[in-house]
Design a protein around this ligand. Sequence first.
Ligand code: G6P
Ligand code: ZN
Length: 583
Amino acid sequence: MVVFEVTRKGTTPIDGQKPGTSGLRKKVVVFQQPNYLHNFVQSTFNALTTEKVRGATLVVSGDGRYFSKVAIQIIIKMAAANGVKSVWVGLNGLLSTPAVSCVIRERVGADGSKSTGAFILTASHNPGGPHEDFGIKYNMENGGPAPEAITDKIYENTRTINEYLIAENLPDVDISTIGVTNFTGPEGSYDVEVFDSASDYVKLMKSIFDFASLQKLIASPNFTLCFDALHGVAGAYAKRIFVEELGAKESSLINCIPKEDFGGGHPDPNLTYAKELVFRMGLGKSSTQEEPPEFGAAADGDADRNMILGKRFFVTPSDSVAIIAANAVQSIPYFASGLKGVARSMPTSAALDVVASNLSLKFFEVPTGWKFFGNLMDAGLCSICGEESFGTGSDHIREKDGIWAVLAWLSIIAYKNKENLDGDKLVTVEDIVRQHWAAYGRHYYTRYDYENVDAAGAKELMSYLVDLQSSLPEINNIIKGIRTDVSDIVDANEFEYKDPVDGSVSKHQGIRYLFADGSRLVFRLSGTGSEGATIRLYIEQYEKDSSKISRDSQEALGPLVEVALKLSKMQEFTGRSEPTVIT
Ligand code: G6P
Ligand code: ZN
């Protein structure tokens, strides 16, 4: 057995290691600088309480992007030197973000041990490869991302760090074979266990959904599906769940072999980047001649985001979470005894609010970032939540969950068709959404993203908008000069959130303009970009009148879009006449 030694290596702080909305994300070349990863990992160990490090079991894995394999070996050596007892690694270093959350919460090691945290190696939906992004984030014992108190401490530590601990003579561990490798160090035994990436997660999904009814749906001659993993880690789970467990054809899966560079693409499930799926579903410009499948879905690089499509039909993420919440109790066994509450992020449309009020459910509006849902879930206040940024999930784990969202939708389709599977025509995704709008009203919604704009210009735009908020009459004057067919602004503010569980306050969470008819404009700077700044503009309009719920959304929102762009002087501040992405 290899006996390793602990070396203390001198280092100096490196600027810019502040974790963003979801961990530290930078270009691979930045991570490749000497000590860059080491400093961050040691700063994380130093931010945790001793019992979460010494003698602890940690999970280390991710979406398999370029540099992951190097990073995993470094973290294994640093964990050994810091007194960690065991490290669990998914086969080939692969674990989706939701699977990591599941493993932290559910997996029990051979010796009965449980893990207390994880390093997740991902930059989520950002491209991968030698010239693209890498990322690392730490998740806690509840399976959710480290709270701000910890990430702030990590950042402080990165600014003062002067040494890190590493077991330099520990040989690289073979992570391509399942099994346990044992080592001995100054404090006793240390082991690295490589385990199957999907088993724990598949078991959890089987305890939530009625797989027998999903199998029947998939076997129905009227039902066809297409799932696109965008070359991300979701592929590993899609094959196990959709094909092996539920009986879908292999040909239903596209881009389901995880690649280090995501095939050169942008692994973000939206109408712009999930091109192949969008085309197959008949939504592309030169849409396919073949009859598109009934159901389509995609996930991002680390499989926590999702996009849901019907035949020639796009379900907005804001509608998706509302529809799941409205149908969960009947369609998903896990929720059979009722929902504890529901929550959405601030820029997400108010479709969920209407469901919550009609069903008398507790409702919460939190800032952008999944971590804000975690406290609510830990306190038993929230069962289902979602974000406009293609994130949907529940309290089964503490991350959003792309495959879960697909299974939730399949469950709703199966439920709506339970008497009808062999009939002539199934109730489709589009039918389900239209029925929902008819019952609850429709929230027309769109998001404009201005990616990688000059950071100074973006900041100026934001402060201009905040200054403007001091006088409602002035804003309304400006707006009337732009369009006369939008209603008045009745409130304008920066969103601030007080966590109902721990009382912590998060300020400056987005600039809101609220209109008398329930419409909203929201401006926010992205917290996940790795270069420059990204401005997000969210535009929403509520329509209760069932005769007006079938308009094209870009057309329905046209007047508000014009107001938003002119009011914010978008072109002046950013130099951009068009957004990079519209969803
Ligand atoms: C990550 C987080 C989400 C959040 C999103 C926002 O995906 O996990 O919870 O909604 O980032 O990204 P943005 O770029 O808008 O800050
Ligand atoms: Zn992601």
